[in-house]
Design a protein around this ligand. Structure first.
Ligand code: SF4
Length: 362
């Protein structure tokens, strides 16, 4: 297990909102590949990722470090340097193709149509400029308005994200804000132009539990108000249970399981998802994985043949013909529930989960 311990859902608090299969996706990722050529060979960071996300829906992308969750989301934002990354496939946001878009168009797209918030607000907030100046700059980059109007908008956004006394706070510097307030300020800056797509990359990991809950509530409220599509990247299944409509589980650059939150957390069908649920820390005391997945995620320079999870999978010998070591499974729809899919050769994974995994879960 990597150092990024997967945390458990204490309860699945959310039932996925019914999915309308005919609903137009706002974000549509099709067969996305992201590779990085290096002196040691090609890093296969994302391999053939596809998903669709309509407005007003939240997709949680879950996986260990190096699973491809952040790399794929940075590709959606057009944040990779095309001199060092090879990107193919298609990423459509609001009908516009992002792969191959010019840097000038990407700059317009980022901030206006899509925004990203990170775990560390310091990476987005400049220490030498006031919070207000930074929000105003984001706003004025996409709106031809006076400084006065931009400042009013900055104050309005700080108020909207729950910062007390925004008229005074707007003139303060990042170091004068607490960690939770900096996170709120970063969200205010990300949302100042009403983007329809918000990508949140582990935005609550560094925060204490109370502030984390407040930030999750805030993101859910803002999503409701702004009607955005949200991609939430996390290793915390507790957060997933609270905020997501759908889950995409990634392993070694591949989607291995995808579907509605209550179905996937209630009855996952992929051995890697089982491993995530079993390796949760104790609910009290120091987080200690109870039943860690053996081994470590593979190097993306040498992804294993066949199923990339096979070196760590305790079920590979149940599949006939050495298939797990030789043939990569497709991500196939599972008829057990509508809208879910998993990438595994195992027959009747639902029965294996019910009889063998469920009794082992903490
Ligand atoms: Fe395990 Fe085989 Fe399924 Fe891969 S395909 S998860 S190795 S059972």
């Amino acid at each position: 297990m990597s150092d990024q311990t997967i945390r458990a859902p204490q309860t699945v608090t959310r039932t996925a909102r019914p999915r309308d299969e005919n609903e137009e996706p706002y974000l549509e990722v099709t067969d996305l590949q992201v590779q990085f050529p290096t002196a040691d060979g090609m890093v296969q960071a994302v391999q053939g990722l596809s998903y669709r996300l309509p407005l007003r829906r939240t997709l949680a992308i879950v996986g260990e470090s190096g699973s491809g969750k952040s790399v794929s989301s940075m590709a959606v934002m057009g944040l990779h340097d095309t001199k060092t990354a090879r990107i193919s496939g298609s990423i459509k946001v609001g009908g516009r193709e992002i792969v191959g878009m010019s840097e000038k168009d990407l700059e317009e797209f980022r901030g206006a149509d899509a925004a990203m918030i990170f775990q560390d607000p310091q990476s987005s907030l400049h220490p030498y400029f006031t919070i207000g100046d930074q929000i105003m700059e984001s706003y004025r980059a996409h709106h031809n308005v006076s400084k006065r109007k931009a400042k009013d908008r900055a104050i309005e956004m700080l108020d909207r994200v729950g910062i007390p006394n925004p008229q005074r706070r707007v003139s303060q510097f990042p170091h004068e804000f607490s960690g939770g307030m900096r996170q709120r300020a970063m969200i205010a800056m990300a949302l100042v132009n009403d983007p329809k797509l918000l990508i949140a990359d582990e935005p609550t990991t560094a925060l204490d539990v109370t502030v984390q809950a407040q930030i999750l509530d805030l993101i859910a409220d803002l999503q409701r108000d702004f009607g955005s599509a949200v991609v939430f990247i996390t290793h915390d299944l507790g957060v997933v249970a609270e905020i997501a409509d759908d889950i995409l589980v990634m392993y070694a650059g591949n989607a291995v399981e995808h579907g509605p939150v209550d179905k996937i957390l209630g009855r996952p069908l992929h051995p890697y998802s089982w491993g995530l649920m079993e390796s949760i820390p104790a609910l009290t005391g120091e987080p200690q994985p109870l039943h860690p997945i053996p081994g470590a995620p593979p190097s993306l320079l040498a992804v294993p043949s066949g199923c990339p999870f096979h070196p760590r999978c305790e079920f590979k010998d149940r599949v006939a013909g050495d298939l797990c070591r030789t043939l990569k499974p497709e991500l196939i729809p599972r008829t057990i529930d509508q809208g879910r899919a998993s990438r595994c050769h195992l027959k009747e994974p639902d029965r294996v989960f019910d009889t063998e995994i469920l009794p082992r879960l903490p």
